[in-house]
Design a protein around this ligand. Structure first.
Ligand code: JFZ
Length: 445
């Protein structure tokens, strides 16, 4: 080889190795981004939705002591089954339920397909113990409701309990007195776990093919026999069946040092004080003190509490899943409907401050209210109107362009200045809204 060919091959070699190195970087990046963006793509509608309706409805609405009655009332299986023969919700109106959610400003809905009591509120081939075959009503409410949701542009989701007090594959926790069983947490019948998982898969496949849900919301994952690995496998199974399905974290157990299973966290009845940074989350909450219909529970949260909760959750970067508990006649109790309609009324005016916004960019908490972030915008949701008309916040990126009350068409009466490390707001004398007024501040991009 002469010098020239030597040099040429050296250059070629360098070029080739450079190219390979670059290709590797590009490959690594695109697979990272690929993963990240496919989850954020999948979660996009959900994150922007902010507010959903939870519905706990089953044959427990017949005795009307909420959804844990079979366990808490120590009812033997055979006796509990009788509630199915009394379930005839002639006033059920799926279109109306979807309109109640729509008018409340809710963007998605999650309904119980099977709660811990094991009764299936949908058409299924896996058991006779279902609403179509085993009630005098013979109708499939999930069919009607999924259709109505589609009509009104509400995403349809399905709750499914892993623990099953009625399953032939599961045993009550304690049945030493068969007339007085305690079900929770169930035990698995020896050798029956595979059969039960097969049953779950059959039903979940039916739920997906029959109603095309956007979300599956698992629950009842706490019995010992359901393991972290079982949850992972179930997640994979469903992800394969429907690639853009969203699945909550109660599909699996939390395991130390292991990645959480599921797409989002589900704090219950509480709002995490600092949100859950870096993780999607949704607070589910009762509108009174029970999930399933309880005829003695009249402890409804006030309009103000409910609207403040929604704002608080949005300011911390989460979604609010607010529950209703329809009666055995198929009626959403009146006090629940009126509260939802009040929330819708507020959202009609102030929804810009909630939908598609992000958590407050500030660590600091404010006694006067909450903050949400839009693109080049801050929204201040004011619960306690300051007597001196002044609010002081930490400075925000960019320069203030303008500020106004969200419900003021004249856009007058509010000023905002930023100097040094403070953002200073001057408000008019009176709060325009008793529950929460909203100031929008626009920043130059
Ligand atoms: C579960 C159910 O047992 C209950 O009936 C209802 O359906 C609710 C939405 O979910 O209850 C739970 C589940 C998880 C916790 C507490 C209650 N938790 O994580 O604290």
């Amino acid at each position: 080889m002469n010098n020239r060919t030597h040099l040429l091959s050296l250059v070629l070699l360098l070029l080739l190795s450079g190219f390979l190195a670059l290709a590797n970087v590009v490959k690594a990046q695109s697979s990272d981004n690929g993963q990240k963006s496919s989850k954020s793509q999948r979660m996009k509608w959900w994150r922007n939705a902010e507010f959903g309706m939870f519905i706990h409805w089953g044959i427990y609405s017949v005795p009307a002591h909420a959804e844990w009655y079979m366990n808490n009332g120590h009812i033997p299986r055979k006796k509990y089954e009788k509630y199915a023969s009394q379930f005839d919700p002639t006033h059920f109106d799926a279109d109306y339920w979807a309109r109640v959610a729509k008018n409340a400003g809710m963007k998605y809905l999650i309904i119980t397909s099977k709660h811990h009591d094991g009764f299936c509120m949908f058409r299924t081939s896996a058991t006779h113990y279902n609403v179509v075959d085993d009630t005098p009503w013979h109708k499939d409410p999930l069919k009607a409701l999924s259709k109505a949701c589609r009509k009104y542009g509400i995403k349809f989701g399905i709750y499914y309990s892993i623990m099953d007090w009625h399953s032939p594959d599961q045993l009550p926790h304690n049945d030493s007195n068969p007339e007085h069983p305690m079900y929770n947490p169930t035990r698995i019948k020896p050798g029956k776990k595979a059969a039960y998982i097969k049953y779950m898969k059959t039903e979940l496949r039916e739920l997906i093919t029959q109603y095309d849900p956007a979300v599956i919301w698992f629950d009842g994952e706490w019995p010992d026999w359901w393991t972290y690995q079982d949850g992972k496998k179930m997640y994979k199974y469903l992800r394969n069946l429907k690639p853009d399905l969203i699945i909550n974290n109660r599909v699996g157990k939390r395991k130390k040092g292991k990645e959480a299973v599921g797409d989002y966290g589900t704090p219950e009845q509480k709002i995490p004080p600092n949100g859950i940074p870096g993780y999607y989350w949704e607070t589910c909450m009762t509108i009174n003190d029970h999930w399933g219909y309880d005829k003695n529970d009249h402890d409804f949260k006030s309009d103000t509490t409910l609207i403040h909760n929604l704002i608080d959750i949005a300011s911390k970067g989460g979604n609010y899943l607010l529950n209703v508990g329809p009666t055995a006649q198929g009626v959403i109790p009146r006090p629940e409907v009126t509260r939802l309609s009040q929330m819708g009324h507020w959202l009609n005016i102030y929804g810009k401050a909630i939908y598609t916004t992000k958590a407050s960019p500030f660590k600091k908490k404010f006694s006067w209210g909450r903050v949400t972030e839009g693109s080049n915008k801050l929204y201040l949701e004011i619960f306690n109107w300051p007597k001196d008309g002044k609010l002081t916040l930490p400075a925000y990126k960019g320069q203030v362009d303008s500020a106004h009350l969200l419900d003021d068409p004249d856009r007058s009466g509010v000023t905002a200045q930023q100097d040094g490390n403070q953002l200073q707001i001057n408000l008019p004398g009176k709060a325009p809204n008793k529950i929460a007024s909203v100031v929008e501040i626009d920043f130059k991009s």
